[in-house]
Design a protein around this ligand. Structure first.
Ligand SMILES: Nc1ncnc2c1ncn2[C@@H]1O[C@H](COP(=O)(O)OP(=O)(O)OP(=O)(O)O)[C@@H](O)[C@H]1O
Length: 258
């Protein structure tokens, strides 16, 4: 089991942000965490990375139980994460290669001497993600799409037990988005890491993400196979607005019904 949440609740400034969340993720599963703005997705991710401690309930991430085991840095080294918060922190003048390498230490910037093995893995990731030709460019000179690829490479350094992709296509145009999704699909099917893909865009649910958890107002609205979750009836209830879901080539699309 990579993740086990049991009746997890989180209170911040007198308000319940998460309530009675149950979620189990087995090794190698690919999940989508879908929720509208303010649903509690970021709060939940912060908890998985041990930045937040649950007010109630049990959290077990990669075999470590919050409250019993030592967490923090050690745990975060086993989780690869792509998020806008991390992107904002990356040093503008670090090269793309340095950014990828820093993932081996789960640090922002490089403070330790990488081993030959780390360098080899970083170069391989740059090639696999089709980023090798801009490896020596400063991070800030890369396009949004290029930056996101580099961040995916950084997250994959050290072969994490859990890969969290938090709205990785934010700010990307249609072409860059689809190209990044193709890479993610390749990683998911080839390397088979456990992945949580966080989004509010139904269209981004790739066939490899065959499980979905719907989070609404801090509670689990429903969870199960993506095919069963992503239906017109279920999502109309979930969004509180009549929507129509259609599937093409195993990818869903959604439109509001007038
Ligand atoms: N530290 C905090 N203190 C007080 N309220 C918070 C805190 N963190 C989050 N919240 C509130 O909890 C709710 C859920 O926020 P969260 O950022 O987790 O949502 P989200 O699903 O990630 O939304 P988005 O898709 O817009 O990023 C929001 O109402 C937010 O204002």
């Amino acid at each position: 089991m990579v993740l086990e949440l049991e009746q997890v609740s989180l209170k911040k400034e007198g308000k319940w942000i998460l309530e009675n969340v149950d979620w189990k993720i087995n090794k190698g599963e690919h999940w989508v965490l879908l929720g509208l703005n303010g649903a509690g997705k970021t709060a939940l991710l912060h908890m998985l990375c041990s930045y937040y401690f649950p007010t109630k309930g049990k959290v077990n991430v990669i075999g470590r139980q919050f409250g019993k085991d030592i967490l923090g840095e050690q745990l975060r080294q086993q989780i690869g994460i792509v998020s806008s918060t991390i992107k904002e922190k990356i040093y503008r003048t670090d090269s793309a290669y340095q950014v990828v390498l820093s993932g081996a230490f789960a640090s922002i910037g490089l403070y330790e001497e990488p081993t030959d093995e780390m360098r080899e893995q970083a170069q391989k990731l740059l090639k696999d993600l089709d980023c090798y030709h801009y490896a020596n460019r400063e991070f800030c000179t890369l396009s949004q799409g290029e930056q996101q690829r580099i961040l995916v490479g950084r997250a994959l350094m050290g072969n994490p037990e859990l890969l969290i992709l938090d709205e990785p296509t934010n700010g990307l145009d249609f072409i860059a988005r689809e190209a990044l999704l193709e890479s993610i699909e390749r990683i998911a099917s080839k390397e088979n890491p456990t992945i949580i893909y966080v989004t509010h865009h139904v269209e981004e649910i790739l066939p490899v993400f065959n499980k979905t958890l719907l989070l609404k107002n801090g509670t689990v609205f429903a969870e199960g196979s993506s095919k069963e979750m992503i239906t017109s009836t279920n999502l109309s209830d979930f969004f509180g607005a009549a929507v129509e879901v259609s599937w093409h080539d195993q990818r869903p699309s959604i439109k509001k019904v007038k």
